[in-house]
Design a protein around this ligand. Structure first.
Ligand code: NAP
Length: 306
């Protein structure tokens, strides 16, 4: 079996590449193309068609997206293209080459007022990113009706730079010791990227075997935390002071961040779930520890795991 992963240089795409290692898999990047990735601009139908023509995949996974709020605000056209146009063009290319498609989407398609959300719940995005992800879903279903859409909440996992995830950025803020206010109202469900990638792999396998109809699927960890709550957990686990971190409500007060988008996963068949659902409490220390600088202070202050 052959797979193409668009957006393989990103946080989720790297993990999806690992999850598909039992297939002949080709990954694409855009600005980051080391490690054997192929450079493809996903807003160019020619580039997509060329790659799909060369690889002739059985399945395509679209992990391309622009999820950085600074880019939504500063370059909205670019952000929209990376989220919506890329999804449409990849779906059109996938249909033309006769492959199956898994499109990655987000819990931000919901407004966060009436959790939990099932795949059939009514979307009502509050901000541009959520609207783009919803437009992408519609464009994908129109171009490729048997595609599967996988909605995910905020992800964490092995990162290449601290700002790559909320969790590692918060860890840096805890360790840095400078006063910082973090939202303590909006609930997030940080989900390990390898669990998300495993669900993606299982959906792809079921699509290929004809065991799963093109459908919207939800996957999420169960533990809900605010950003402030994450900071307190990190500080406690590593014996650091959180005295410089104060609880605020900036995300909630902005009006464009959902309060609680808990994704209800009950509709996802058992066979498509990860073999074991990673626990945030167990996994987060492994992920944040490398980003808790300065290292000397951490060594001196670290407590035994409780
Ligand atoms: N991370 C999360 O917390 C989270 C939560 C829910 C849903 N999602 C969704 O999951 C998907 C993957 O997110 P991620 O966290 O892995 O994002 P990421 O780390 O920012 O990676 C984004 C990927 O998209 C590629 N890309 C961006 N613009 C492109 C373009 N014009 N042409 C080709 N490739 C382009 C990037 O390539 P280069 O880096 O090489 O330029 C990178 O491979 C996105 O759809 C995102 O909306 C993410």
């Amino acid at each position: 079996m052959r797979a193409v992963v668009f957006g393989a240089s990103g946080l989720l795409g790297r993990s999806v590449m690992r999850a598909f290692d039992d297939m002949t898999v080709t990954g694409t990047g855009y600005s980051r193309t080391g490690g054997g990735l192929v450079a493809v601009d996903a807003t160019s139908s020619n580039g997509i068609a060329r790659l799909l023509g060369q690889c002739r995949p059985d399945v395509v996974v679209n992990c391309v997206g622009e999820r950085r709020p600074a880019v939504w605000a500063g370059s909205p056209d670019r952000a929209r293209a990376g989220n919506v146009d890329a999804a449409r063009l990849i779906a059109e290319g996938t249909r033309r080459c006769g492959a199956r498609l898994v499109q990655i989407s987000s819990d931000y398609v919901f407004d966060g007022t009436t959790p939990p959300y099932r795949p059939g719940s009514l979307p009502n995005p509050l901000n541009a990113y959520g609207r783009w992800k919803l437009l992408a879903e519609h464009a994908v279903r129109a171009a490729c009706p048997d595609a599967s859409v996988l909605r995910l909440p905020v992800l964490y996992g092995p990162v290449r730079f601290a700002a790559e995830t909320n969790l590692t950025e918060i860890a840096r803020q805890v360790a840095a010791g400078a006063p910082v206010e973090l939202d303590d109202v909006c609930i997030r469900y940080p989900t390990h990227v390898d669990d998300a990638a495993e669900v993606c792999r299982r959906i792809a396998g079921a699509l290929l075997r004809g065991h799963y109809p093109g459908a919207v699927a939800h996957w999420s960890a169960e533990q809900g935390l605010t950003k402030y709550g994450m900071a307190v957990l990190i500080a406690r686990r590593f014996g650091l002071s959180a005295g410089h971190v104060s609880a605020g409500n900036a995300d909630a007060a902005s009006g464009d961040r959902p309060l609680d988008c808990r994704l209800d996963c009950r509709d996802l068949p058992e066979a498509l779930r990860p073999a074991r659902r990673r626990s945030f409490d167990i996994e987060f220390p492994l992920v944040v520890e490398p980003w808790l600088a300065p290292v000397g202070r951490i060594k001196n202050q670290r407590r035994k795991p409780s």
